[in-house]
Structure formats: C-alpha cells, structure tokens
Write a protein that binds this ligand. Structure first.
Ligand code: SF4
Length: 440
C-alpha cells in the first residue's frame, strides 16, 4: 500500500483552493493545506500526519508517517455556520457544492431541511450503512442544519426497502419536528427535484432551486459531517464509500468503508477490499468507475479519493458492441460524453444521439423536467434506427428503460445500458423491463 496521499486543489464546485504549505513542511492530521480562495469554494485539510513532498499542478502530495494519531487539529471558529464553512465540507451526494453556501440565506418564516438518504445509485450503500450504525449522528446533523437555516421542519427521505435504517432512525428520533418520508424504489428518486416532489408535493421547474419550495436538500453523509464539524470541531478529512466489483481474491462483491482518509489512492482501496496483488483488481476488468453506475466517471488506480468519492467500482469487461450504435441520453444518468466513452470501449461507432424529451438544457448541462416519470421513448428509438444504429446504448431512468424495452426489441434493436458492466460485476439485476428485472 502507498504511503503517499494526494489532495487536488479543486474537489468542489467553485474556485481552486490556495495552498498554504510548501514542500518540506511537516504537517499534522487535520492541518490546513489550502484555504478557500475568493468566492465560492472550500478549504482542504490533510487527512494524515506527515511531510509535504510536492505542491504543483493543482495538487498537494503528502507522505504519511508510519504511525498515525487518532487526534486531529481542531477547527477554530465558534459558530455552527462558520464551523461548517471552515471545515471545507461540500455536498457529498456527488456534485460537491460547498455545504455552507446552502445555508447562506436563512429562512425568514420557517422552512424544511430534507435529508436525501435515497442512496439512489444501485450498488452504493455506504450512506445506509452509516445511518444503521449511527442514526443519532444523522438526527443531530439535521438539527444543526435546521438551526443554521432557520427551518422549523426536518424530513429524512429514504427508500422504503431500507427497513433496518428506518427502524434505527425511528428509535433515535424524539424530535416531533423531524419526520421520515419513505420513497419508492426507482431511479432517480435521489434527484433533488424528485425528492422535493415526493416530500413537498411540488414539482419545481428545471431552473428552480429547492429554496423556491421552501426547502434545502442535503445528503445524509453531509449531515453527519456537519455534526462532526460543529460538535467535534473536526475538519472534513474522511469520506465513506462503497468499493465493489471484480476484486481478485475476495468473494465479497460489495464492501463498505467508513471514514476513509481523503487522498488515499484508488488502488489502495481495492487492496483494502481484499485484492491480493498489484492494484487489487482482478485480471480482467472493464474500467474503474468513481461514483455510481449511472452517473460515475472513469478513474484510474493512481487517482486519489476526493471529497465527492462515493463509490469505486471495478466493472465487468466490455462486450463487443455492434459496428454502429445509437445513444439515448438521460438527464439523470450518464451524459453524452460518458456514453460515447462507453461506446468506444465496446468498439462501436456512434451514428446518432437522442435525448429523452424531458432532458431539458439548463446552461451547459441537462435536467429532467419530471425525474423518473417516463414521457415515452418510441419516437427517439425510431429516430436512432433511422440514423442507421444497429443497437442502442442508453442511460435512461428505470421507468424510461422499461419503456425502451417495450419497443426496441420489437424493432430488432439490442439494448445496452450504461450501468450494465458495473451491475454485472456484482451480479446485480440489469436495468431493463421493470417487471422482469427490478432496478435499484
Ligand atoms: S424521464 Fe428521461 S430525462 Fe427524466 S429521468 Fe427518465 S430518462 Fe432521464
């Protein structure tokens, strides 16, 4: 295992952090490595004690001491909001929006803080694992978030099948202003506007922020890290994650790791998960995905774990695709570029690209007008057939994948889904027809 930890200066939405250490500095666990620059951003702290061996190309490298202390350098701020900001915490659902910024405009007449505990991506299960282990930490983090935002209500939104986590939360909660809302098990129920639709009964337009519904949505682990920042004055230096897939020498296909030091190498995580040689991966894997099967990105063994790392999945090898393939892109799944990357790995040429008609353009990205409720896909499938595609590669939600499967096979179209190789690596059912294959 490596004793070198790497800390990119940009692990969040906003500007790069500004280094405040130089090569040769001896540092302690929890020490500030780079502070938040002007405007939106977040500070970066060392997750280990050791010595700085490089500050270059947007990265700080630290070689860790052989012995690591339990203690860490504590934050200095005195108010909850300042502590959240000083801690460098960002939203841990994947986007990395600085956590303090969500609380910058407190509600004037009460509002709702919603904990997103949907853990919507299949395979990922570290959020639920922490809730089952430390339900009181989540409740406390939610209470702090309610106080700093002026909210008078708290809601924990969680999929109905997480019965153990729901039981633990009910046991831990004695606050009448906090309730649990159970969600249907479809993808993308964890999308911010889908959660608001389910909890508040309001479908926001794609350009609206949750505040327009009188709500703030924060991820479950984010709430737990808020508790650590405020009650323990702990900087954000550790991340929970799910490590899964083709790990040589280990039959346990999905493993949870809580409190992984940021900066740890991806290959080290596979070794910790039981891989026996080299990078800990089995001889034949397709790619390593950082994130979930729907929205994760390709990463590499030498990359570091960063603030937004939720999953590391070694996928099954890619199948040989057809010569010509058509892409059907969802706003809540793999984007066009990611589907192109997958098509290339299958050895297929992209001859047409269509977007789900609810995938509305918002700036440089797309957002779904009504997440997880299919608007029909037959026209899109026909358009791709007309473009000369021999098969489809799709990133659709569970409801839309179900619709694609009701028409594409009749047109003689094989269907590949962006999640296939990750799901195959853990023997998970594929995203296809809902009645045949329940998707996660
Ligand atoms: S309705 Fe379309 S854009 Fe929305 S989640 Fe489903 S596939 Fe994606």
């Amino acid at each position: 295992m490596s004793n070198t930890y790497e800390f990119p200066l940009k692990q969040h939405i906003g500007g790069e952090a500004v280094p405040c250490v130089v090569e040769g500095d001896e540092i302690h666990k929890g020490q500030l490595l780079a502070y938040q620059g002007e405007g939106l951003g977040s500070s970066i702290y060392s997750s280990v004690s050791g010595k700085v061996i490089g500050v270059e190309k947007g990265l700080i490298k630290v070689v860790a001491d052989a012995e690591q202390p339990e203690e860490y350098e504590k934050l200095k701020s005195t108010t909850p909001l300042e502590l959240i900001k000083e801690s460098g915490l960002v939203g841990l659902g994947g986007a990395g929006f600085p956590a303090y910024a969500k609380f910058s405009k407190p509600f004037k007449n009460g509002g709702t803080v919603i904990i997103n505990a949907a853990e919507c991506e299949p395979i990922l299960s570290h959020n639920i694992a922490r809730i089952e282990k430390k339900p009181e930490q989540l409740i406390r983090g939610l209470r702090i978030a309610m106080e700093v935002s002026g909210a008078d209500k708290g809601v924990i939104a969680i999929k109905e099948y997480h019965t153990e986590a729901i039981k633990e939360l009910k046991k831990a909660n004695s606050d009448p202003s906090i309730r649990i809302k159970t969600l249907e098990d479809i993808y993308p129920m964890g999308e911010e506007r889908a959660i608001i639709r389910e909890v508040m009964g309001k479908l926001l337009p794609v350009t609206a922020l949750p505040l327009e519904a009188g709500a703030i949505v924060i991820n479950a682990e984010t709430a737990c890290r808020i508790q650590e920042a405020v009650d323990l004055k702990k900087p954000f230096i550790e991340k929970d994650m799910t490590v899964a897939g083709k790990i040589r020498g280990n039959e346990k296909l999905i493993q949870i790791f809580l409190d992984v030091p940021l900066g740890t190498k991806v290959s080290d995580m596979f070794e910790k998960a039981g891989g026996d040689i080299g990078h800990g991966l089995s001889d034949g894997y397709g790619e390593i995905i950082m994130g979930g099967p729907f929205t994760g990105k390709r990463t590499f063994p030498d990359a570091p774990v960063i603030k937004t790392t939720g999953g590391l999945i070694a996928s099954e090898c890619f199948p040989k695709g057809p010569e010509k393939i058509g892409l059907l892109v969802c706003a809540c799944g793999a984007n066009k570029e990611r589907l192109e990357e997958l098509a290339e790995s299958m050895g297929s040429k992209v001859v047409g690209t269509e977007y789900c008609k609810q995938a509305a353009e918002v700036g440089s990205t797309r957002k779904c007008e009504n997440p997880g409720r299919c608007p029909g896909q037959v026209q899109k499938v026909m358009a791709l057939k007309k473009a000369g595609a021999e098969a489809l590669l799709i990133s659709n939600c569970t409801d839309c994948s179900n619709t694609v499967m009701s028409c594409a096979p009749k047109l003689g179209f094989p269907v590949y889904h962006c999640t296939d190789q990750a799901l195959r690596a853990v023997n998970h059912k594929l995203i296809r027809r809902i009645k045949d294959s329940q998707a996660g």
